[in-house]
Design a protein around this ligand. Structure first.
Ligand code: XIL
Length: 355
């Protein structure tokens, strides 16, 4: 009996997905004259044919959700020697090549998801500035060199800004050990390893006025100094509480930097406005509010499509979203497709914009 139920459920799901898949417009086609449409993927999707079907239909750019971060690549042997393991990351590249995707590389220099031992010597003491620069150089050369020609854009430095610091710089171990010039060194090393790759500074809450201005001044200064930085990655982890007007102001300001590319690198729209509310199922009115939010947001993205070259969603479908575990564990519905692979009102809102 159970087996029959299981078979029946699988067939129904497959039929609905097939239906959704064959009937609805493809996002990458809808936006083809504006920007690439990307998606962040965990490695397990490659063995799920329903996921693969959805991914290949709608997206033409991909980012590894975790598998190209330092903690996923860096290894230390029994002899203490540091080396890189690209087994997981290479699966992304193979998939991308098979299906004609471009790949964003995420990320090289970050305070998070980087092993603590990377900043220390064999006795556990923090490295000297010189040793840290050497280690950073070797890591960036190895990683960017490995993916040369196969990763078109790198988030070279992620989340270096802290608007609560007097100088606006986060006191990460990178900053503490090397000093503020760690950013320009990182971009220089990445450019040496792949002169063709587009190099980005990537951050979140980039629409907050103080943070926005710090990022603007920092990237402008780096560019004026001749540092090989090509763009600003706006993560765009948003929520219904955010102001579209402030988001537009940030994009407009960043767009005034000469020769700058903007990529929306980690888009999602949290339906909660606080950290305590928890819904079991998605309230319909919030899904409609979310659709309106996405509609206005994509109106802005389209208006700036002369500088925005990629819009990447941070996840394929609601139940895969990192927002189910962050900032607290709860159901959340921040993306365009629901748990059953069905397009949500937000999907139709941005697709309707085109007609
Ligand atoms: C998140 C991933 O989605 C999670 O799976 C992981 O546990 C933590 O990191 N900013 C970033 C991304 O630059 O790398 C983060 O991704 C989300 C916030």
């Amino acid at each position: 009996m159970k087996v029959f139920v299981a078979i029946f459920l699988t067939m129904t799901l497959f039929a609905t997905v097939y239906y959704a898949d064959s009937e609805i417009p493809s996002l990458k086609e809808v936006f083809s004259s504006y920007f690439k449409i990307g998606v962040a993927l965990p490695v397990r999707v490659f063995s799920n044919s329903l996921d693969v079907q959805l991914i290949t239909k709608h997206f033409n750019s991909m980012t590894a959700e975790n598998e190209m971060k330092p903690e996923s690549i860096l290894r230390r042997g029994a002899d203490g020697k540091i080396f890189c393991d690209f087994t997981m990351a290479d699966r992304y590249i193979r998939f991308a090549q098979q299906h004609g995707f471009v790949v964003r590389g995420h990320t090289l220099v970050w305070h998070s998801q980087t092993p603590d031992w990377f900043f220390r010597d064999d006795s556990g003491n923090l490295l000297s500035r010189e040793a840290m620069i050497e280690r950073m150089k070797e890591y960036i050369h190895t990683v960017v060199g490995h993916f040369k020609g196969r990763v078109y854009a790198w988030d070279v430095v992620n989340e270096a800004v802290d608007s609560n610091q007097p100088d606006g710089m986060r006191r990460s171990l990178w900053y503490q050990i090397i000093g503020p010039d760690y950013l320009e060194l990182a971009f220089k090393f990445a450019h040496e390893a792949d002169p063709e790759a587009l190099l980005f500074y990537n951050d979140y809450n980039e629409f907050e006025p103080r943070k926005r201005d710090i990022i603007y001044n920092m990237v402008k200064d780096l560019k004026e100094k001749g540092v090989p930085i090509h763009g600003i990655g706006m993560q765009q982890h948003l929520s219904l509480a955010r102001s579209i007007e402030q988001i537009e102001q940030a994009i407009a300001l960043f767009a005034t930097i000469p020769d700058i590319v903007i990529e929306i690198t980690e888009l999602d729209v949290d339906i909660y406005r606080d950290n305590v509310t928890k819904y079991q199922t998605a309230p319909t009115e919030l899904l409609h509010e979310q659709a309106e939010f996405y509609r206005k947001l994509f109106q802005v993205y389209k208006k700036y499509s002369h500088v925005i070259d990629n819009v990447t969603f941070w996840g394929l479908k609601d139940d895969y979203s990192w927002l189910r575990g962050f900032p607290v564990r709860r159901n959340n519905w921040p993306l365009l497709f629901d748990e059953n692979y069905q397009p949500k009102p937000a999907f139709w809102a941005i697709v309707d914009l085109q007609t």
